[in-house]
Ligand binder design. Structure first.
Ligand code: TYD
Length: 209
């Protein structure tokens, strides 16, 4: 059986990446591919508990505690869910992954980025996305889309979210082969066309599937 593909969806809260992930899932399934969707943090049982702390804990969460919790969730997710699915030949669409940690805990919270990069490597144990889609939207527009019911991360303030956005753009500049930039200010239909075109190219030229 051939190896599947691993595609990650990244961007600000409110960038519309989850909508696109679901549209692409339907599109790929109509084309006959076997697709699974998943997310970080919190795809699995242990992850659900970690997610609850990360997004809803009411007391103080130290920055390094937050960092290790995201990484712990990732290690479990990769080992018990993502790798087996790829090995079964599936296309795995993952809502957030390693780049979120660099953008949020690194650029956003100010944790050391090269250290985070190393910790990410430990968490994923050799797994690298075949493709990462970065949905870019101005921080204030994204915050408006999120609305008033914000979780712990979404409530971190506009300055934090501006840093996160710039962090993502920096990552994309450093790894343009893997990370493809998508203008998420456009309509859902236009963003979907852009997403589809990038994925079609990967399916034509990529090594998986
Ligand atoms: P979620 O509700 O899944 O947000 P979204 O639908 O926007 O993906 O919440 C995940 C939050 O956790 C989001 O604010 C980004 C943040 N996050 C990090 O700070 N670091 C990470 O490594 C990951 C995976 C997510």
């Amino acid at each position: 059986m051939q190896k599947g593909l691993f595609i990650t969806f990244e961007g600000a809260d409110g960038s519309g990446k989850t909508t696109q992930l679901n549209l692409i899932k339907n599109y790929l399934e109509e084309k006959g591919f076997e697709v699974v969707i998943t997310r970080e943090p919190g795809a699995l049982d242990i992850g659900q508990k970690i997610r609850n702390i990360l997004l809803h804990h009411e007391g103080i969460v130290a920055d390094r505690c937050e960092m290790f919790l995201f990484l712990a969730d990732r290690a479990q997710h990769v080992e018990t869910f993502i790798k087996p699915a790829i090995n079964q030949g599936k296309i795995v669409l993952c809502d957030r992954h390693t780049d979120s940690t660099i953008a949020y805990q690194g650029y956003g919270r100010g944790q050391n980025i090269s250290l985070l990069t190393e910790l990410n490597k430990i968490a994923v144990n050799g797994l690298i996305p075949d493709l990462t889609l970065l949905y870019d939207v101005a921080a204030d527009v994204a915050q408006l889309r999120v609305g008033n019911e914000k979780d712990r991360m979404e409530s971190a303030g506009i300055e934090f979210h501006k840093k996160v956005r710039n962090g993502y753009l920096e990552l994309q500049k450093n790894e343009p082969e893997r990370i493809k930039l998508i203008n998420a200010n456009n309509s859902i239909e236009t963003v979907f066309e852009d997403t589809k075109n990038i994925i079609i190219k990967l399916l034509e030229h990529g090594e998986g599937v």
